[in-house]
Design a protein around this ligand. Sequence first.
Ligand SMILES: *Cc1c(COP(=O)(O)O)cnc(C)c1O
Length: 371
Amino acid sequence: MQTFSDLDTPSRILLGPGPSMAHPRVLRAMAQPLVGHLDPKFLELMAEIQTMLRLVFQTENELTIPMSGTGSAAMEASVCNFIEPGDEIIIGVNGYFGERLCDMAGRYGAVVRRIEKPWGQVFTPAEVEAELQQKPAKIVALVHAETSTGALQPMEGMGQLAHQHGALLLIDTVTSLGGVPVKIDEWGVDIAYSGTQKCLSCPPGLSPLTISPRAREVLHRRKSPVKNWYLDLTMIERYWGTGTRMYHHTAPISMNYALREALRLVVEEGLESRFARHRRLAEMLWNGLESLGFEMHVPAEHRLPPLTTPRLPAGLENEAQIRRQLLDIYNIEIAGGLGQLGGQVWRIGLMGYSARPENVLLLLSALKELM
Ligand SMILES: *Cc1c(COP(=O)(O)O)cnc(C)c1O
């Protein structure tokens, strides 16, 4: 008989594009005994999660919930609940996740209208408006924090613009929520999704989602049923709503414990101090990388603190080997470039509990040693 040893995972320092390190308090919360998904104690916890999620999303949206599944689950929910076959959606494609949105929207029968920018650049309101003036659309979708490029998309004015043209604004905040300001109500965002595994210091497994009253009306006016049963918000809103809780699927209990603790940590730290911490440590990383001879792929004004993309210096042929040594010798994970930036950049994440000065110093000294 084959035997299996005790699970023994290394304590990695996770400085890649996700997952980032889970806070010890979050891991502890996950070890709590299970309760039923309709237990009064669990219902209480659900309400607390919703209250704290609204705080972190800076919104009053009633329909603010964690979807079951990783970031891609809430991403797909953001598309499948609002798209009916033939609906037009304008998607900003300036990285890998814009591409994924196009893929998802196409599968639900949307007419996808791409606006494109080179990877690492961002869209101006004028560029979005030009496309809306060509022809109206039901949804405008933008990636707030493009983890494949390290660019932060400015959102000021985008909601108003979309609304003037009768469209909903959908944004991806997977790598921004809890790391940089996400102002759902102030920006006029109608649909926003995130994930637990990036700046929230929590393992992958749930994906926060917030829906404006305007978008909720669009959802309720659908002519056809949502094409994805598991992600159908018309059913899920009855489980997370204020009325009688209707069973839809069993909530991932332990992941909700984890998210509650992760959100409590955000509230304790305070949003502003948390954003300042992410920025301070990113600047420390940028300066350190520059003194090692790296140039950053994204200009400073649009650079994303939680995810840095240093360009690989010319002549550096063993980049994968250096990453392997970082892992084997120093226990540090960073990632290579994705898609068209493959072989051109590294992706270094400083998200949530990973964003600590000791990690930045260790990475910089390890890189100095290896290069
Ligand atoms: C990580 C990520 C996702 C997908 O999240 P998963 O947890 O991998 O499913 C979506 N969008 C962006 C911008 C991301 O960084």
